[in-house]
Write a new protein. Sequence first.
Length: 95
Amino acid sequence: MKEKTINFGDLLNELKRKQVKIVFVENKGLFLEDKENNLYMMELFYQGSYLDKLIKKGAKVNFFMLDKNISKNIDKCKKKIWTLKDINDFIKEQN
């Protein structure tokens, strides 16, 4: 699938159901990564948004799959992948 929509109001369930992870790429922002290591870029309207604001708004955000060559070229040391536990801990800190 070349596009994924995430409802940040139900983020943990969305990530589980769609089998994707949240990834922060240094100086590029928030992305999704699927089990085949494809990266998905956030739609332009929401780029630069903070995770806590997306969750509070319950925003529904579209992500578009990047070309595999671009995904492969993003250095692993520039990516921070958040587990479901990381996200759950973050949500608890915000409340």
